[in-house]
Design a protein around this ligand. Structure first.
Ligand code: GLV
Ligand code: MN
Ligand code: MN
Length: 411
């Protein structure tokens, strides 16, 4: 029997071709969800999947499913995938690897002439990054019934464009209902986005779980005025108040042990003019911790800190929670399948925990799910300098291939 083999060169070349869609000024990738560049990347994935013999369908939140039929088409599929969208200044591997490695598994099975008992589906989940519409993992959240479809379609970006409008504009508002069908299991492969595997010289991480995360928009309203004429004592400066709030919010992390990670990464200023006192500022908060209760306590502390400053400065304050997910433990059976696949191929593997959010976290609520990590250079990600070694990407994909084969079964 021919053994299936990952084609490292083909996998690498796929990443380089995708990276040409939405290149960023510093040599990375700038492909925000549901932009023209996202449409182009989706088209390319779709074309490659069809060339590999897959049937492609799109659901109502724009998730793309490429299906390689099984001998038993009535059986729930083994699913794998991740996302093709990137951060505003991202790299060529975060998410993309999970989609292209899934496609490479299909191609490797085709090349070896291997049929599987269960169908295999490779998925591109819509807007994992959450950099545009204020919340992340939109496609997998709706798929897993963890966000309402209508409410998600109504989310807006900084220019007032809705998810619904942008999906229609790029031609990916699919006709299918979202989710609601059984899945045998879901495997997601991803770069680690941290330094552990590289530092230890290990090629694969079997991911045991992922930390909890809560996101907020904070809107601070004061009053616009002339920067040259209004005395300091009479101002209700939304920017100055926000600056104090941001400092307090990030410092809340230090009040807990082990401390959560707290990030304020996005600011919207009205009217955003150098000589007008800002009347309104909206900023994002991204907070994460492995312990759900500690994360909730940190949330309450951040809220209290903002309220005190708002009162002190005569500012109005609105805090909206935009997203939340509890910490998860991945399916022990899937994690063991990953460890076994690595051991059988002689690929070094250790257990690891995810600090980042991933679509697999949502999938873990509707089917057994597991994740595979591979090293990336210096652990750098969400950065144009993001990089990974072709041989590590191939080793991870080899583990993915054998984990999928273990579940899907040779026909
Ligand atoms: C996804 O990139 C995340 O925010 O963890
Ligand atoms: Mn990702
Ligand atoms: Mn990311």
């Amino acid at each position: 029997m021919t053994e299936p083999k990952i084609d490292s060169r083909r996998l690498w070349d796929g990443h380089m071709a995708m990276a040409e869609i939405g290149p960023s000024p510093g040599g990375g990738t700038a492909r925000l969800a549901l932009t023209d560049f996202d449409r182009e990347a989706r088209h390319l994935f779709r074309r490659w999947a069809e060339e590999a013999g897959c049937a492609v369908r799109v659901d109502g939140i724009g998730n793309i499913f490429a299906r390689r039929e099984g001998e038993d088409p009535g059986h729930p599929p083994v699913m794998t995938g991740s996302h093709l969208d990137t951060q505003p200044l991202g790299g060529p591997f975060d998410g993309i690897y999970g989609v292209l490695a899934g496609l490479e598994v299909v191609r490797a099975l085709n090349d070896a002439g291997i049929a599987t008992r269960l169908p295999i589906e490779v998925v591109d989940w819509t807007d994992e990054e959450g950099a545009r519409f204020g919340a992340g993992c939109l496609g997998s959240n709706v798929f897993a019934g963890r966000r309402a479809l209508d409410n998600t379609l109504a989310l807006t970006d900084a220019h007032g464009n809705t998810v619904r409008g942008e999906l229609e504009r790029i031609g990916y508002a699919g006709p299918k209902p979202v989710g609601g069908f059984p899945i045998d299991c879901f495997f997601e492969i991803h770069i680690e986005q941290g330094p552990i595997l590289e530092n230890e010289g290990i090629q694969v991480g079997a991911v045991e779980g992922a930390q909890a995360s809560t996101g907020y928009w904070v809107t601070v309203t004061g009053e616009e005025g002339h920067a040259g004429t209004l005395p300091m004592a009479l101002r209700r400066d939304a920017m100055h108040g926000s600056a104090r709030m941001i400092d307090a919010v990030v410092n809340v992390a230090m009040d807990f042990d082990p401390h959560p990670v707290i990030t304020v990464g996005h600011l919207r200023v009205r009217p955003n003019s150098r000589n007008t006192i800002p009347g309104q500022v909206t900023f994002s908060i991204d907070s994460r911790h492995p312990d759900n209760d500690i994360l909730a306590s940190a949330g309450a502390a951040m809220r209290a800190a903002c309220e005190t400053i708002a009162e002190d400065r005569g500012l109005e304050l609105e805090i909206e929670q935009t997203s939340h997910r509890d910490s998860v433990v991945f399916d022990p059976g899937c994690v063991q399948t990953i460890r076994d696949a690595a051991a059988a191929r002689g690929i070094s593997c250790r257990d690891i925990y995810s600090g980042a959010g991933h679509d697999a976290i949502n999938l873990s609520h509707v089917c057994p799910a597991g994740m595979i990590f591979v090293p990336c250079e210096k652990g750098v990600s969400h950065n144009e300098a993001e990089n990974a070694k072709p041989e590590d990407l191939a080793a991870g994909a080899e583990v993915l291939l054998h984990a999928i084969l273990a579940r899907a079964g040779r026909a």
